[in-house]
Design a protein around this ligand. Sequence first.
Ligand code: NAG
Ligand code: NAG
Length: 204
Amino acid sequence: MAALEGFLVASLLLSCLASTSYGATFSSLQKTLVVSASHQQGKVLKAGEDEITVTWSYNNSFPAGTDSAYKTVKLKLCYAPVSQQDRAWRKTEDDLEKDKTCQHIIVSRPYSPSKSNITWTVKRDVPTATYFVRAYAYNSADEEVAYGQNTDAHMATNLFQIEAISGRHASLDIAAVCFSGFSVVSLFGFFFSEKRKAKSSQLK
Ligand SMILES: *[C@@H]1O[C@H](CO)[C@@H](O)[C@H](O)[C@H]1NC(C)=O
Ligand SMILES: *[C@@H]1O[C@H](CO)[C@@H](O)[C@H](O)[C@H]1NC(C)=O
């Protein structure tokens, strides 16, 4: 029991320490990755169905070796400013541990400077919003050291919209409820009319 308490206190302390430790800031990252995302301009992607192809590579304008500490690359789906307004839970923070801009991981891959790509089906739990794609490069300590994104510094170009599955399912569900309501009513209707028929034939 005491051991368990000790363990709990220790892990609590550790998690406090961890949360106060150094965290990378977005403004300190070099933009050394080139990222592009294929999507038809104006087409709304359906979560759980539609695909997006993301391509990324090292920007060779930077001196060779700038990427020597890069170990992994994570591609993330990020909320565009228009979908962050009045939503504190999607707020951009320079401290990347607190940043809530990019909440949906597309893929995590070992870093390679050459051109890589992934064709990704938008996950079913992605909410309706306007997005862009950002790639973060991580060092061996799993800290962000560089990035790239398929949009400009103001997150205004090349954005795309995703429509959540829930909205579509809600309307399907409503249709299903209406339909079953309708069948219950018609079943009762059938039942009563048969009963009445039976009664009237009995009376004859
Ligand atoms: C590569 O980096 C240079 C220097 O920062 C920049 O001017 C250029 O636009 C970048 N290339 C691409 C394709 O993003
Ligand atoms: C994606 O990568 C594969 C394998 O490297 C390559 O054959 C393919 O042409 C690439 N596709 C795009 C769209 O870049």
